[in-house]
Design a protein around this ligand. Structure first.
Ligand SMILES: [Zn+2]
Ligand SMILES: [Zn+2]
Ligand SMILES: [Zn+2]
Length: 174
C-alpha cells in the first residue's frame, strides 16, 4: 500500500511520520504526471483534512524537498511545482519532461539515451554523473498538427495571392 511505502521512505530519511507529511505525499502520488503547485496541494489536501493550513503545506513541502522525497520542478511558467522525487518514486529511472510551448502541456517520459553519455563522460573525463535533468521544449502532437494545418492554409493563401499577382502581371499590357 502506498501509505506504507511513504511511511518507510520517511523513516529511512530519519523523518517522523506525521499526518501532514503523509497527506502531502499521498496528494502528489494521487495525481501522477500533474506537477502540482503548493497551493494546488493545499486545495486537494484540504478536502481530506480541512484543518490543514497553507503555511503547513509550504513547510512540509520544503522538508520533503530537502530530503529528495519530492522534487521541485519548473516549467518556466512562473510556478514552482512538485512531484515525487527519487526517494518517493518506485521506478528506477526518474522521468523527464517535454513541454509544449504552444499550449503548455507537460508530457512526462521515461528513458533517454543518457546512460551512454554518462559512461562516455566518465571514460573520457573521469566525471561521475550522479543525476541529470532533461527538459525538452517544442510542440505536442495536437499543436504540431494544428500548426501544420495553419501553415498549409497560410501557404495556400500565399500561393493563391502570388498566382493572382503573376496573372495580373501577365495581363498587364506591354
Ligand atoms: Zn514530472
Ligand atoms: Zn500543445
Ligand atoms: Zn534520464
Amino acid at each position: 500500500m502506498e501509505q506504507e511505502r511513504f511511511k518507510e521512505v520517511l523513516r529511512e530519511r530519519g523523518l517522523k511520520v506525521t499526518n501532514q507529511r503523509l497527506l502531502v505525499l499521498e496528494t502528489i502520488a494521487d495525481r501522477p504526471g500533474e506537477h502540482l503547485t503548493a497551493e494546488e496541494i493545499y486545495e486537494l489536501a484540504r478536502v481530506k483534512y480541512p484543518e490543514i493550513g497553507l503555511a503547513t503545506i509550504y513547510r512540509t513541502v520544503q522538508v520533503l524537498v530537502d530530503l529528495n522525497v519530492i522534487d521541485k520542478v519548473s516549467f518556466d511558467d512562473g510556478f514552482v511545482r512538485y512531484e515525487l522525487g527519487e526517494a518517493g518514486e518506485d521506478s528506477r529511472h526518474h522521468h523527464h519532461h517535454a513541454i509544449c510551448q504552444e499550449c503548455g502541456k507537460v508530457i512526462s517520459f521515461e528513458g533517454d539515451l543518457l546512460e551512454t553519455l554518462e559512461q562516455a563522460l566518465y571514460d573520457t573525463l573521469g566525471f561521475v554523473v550522479k543525476d541529470h535533468e532533461v527538459k525538452l521544449t517544442g510542440y505536442c502532437r495536437e499543436c504540431a498538427d494544428r500548426l501544420e494545418q495553419e501553415n498549409i492554409w497560410r501557404n495556400s493563401v500565399e500561393d493563391r495571392k502570388s498566382e493572382r499577382r503573376e496573372e495580373s502581371e501577365r495581363e498587364k499590357p506591354e
